[in-house]
Ligand binder design. Structure first.
Ligand SMILES: [Zn+2]
Length: 96
């Protein structure tokens, strides 16, 4: 059974590539807070790049913890997420 259609995956990949370019552009924009730049450079950009690599390796859309398919709505809203809601919540609780 196909979990994600080829169109869905291609669309998410296009979205990620565009988001990467936009995020990199934003870093060079004046007036952006240092904390925001820091977050983009250290967290967001690596996550986007990893997600693009996961597209290319055919594992995009599956949780890196439990390997279950991530909810489509979640991938549409945040195409760079690596975990399903359940694993993400567990991870955040661990950090608290
Ligand atoms: Zn999971």
């Amino acid at each position: 059974m196909e979990v994600f259609s080829r169109e869905f995956l291609a669309d998410r990949r296009r979205h990620l590539v565009a988001k990467l370019a936009k995020t990199r552009e934003a870093i060079h924009r004046e007036g952006l807070l240092a904390a925001a730049i820091n977050y983009k450079v250290r967290v967001l950009i690596p996550q986007i790049i990893t997600a693009i690599e996961r597209c290319d390796n055919g594992v995009y859309g599956f949780c890196t913890e439990c390997e279950e398919a991530i909810q489509k709505e979640r991938l549409l809203r945040h195409p760079h997420v690596e975990r399903c809601v359940r694993c993400q919540t567990e991870e955040e609780n661990k950090r608290k």
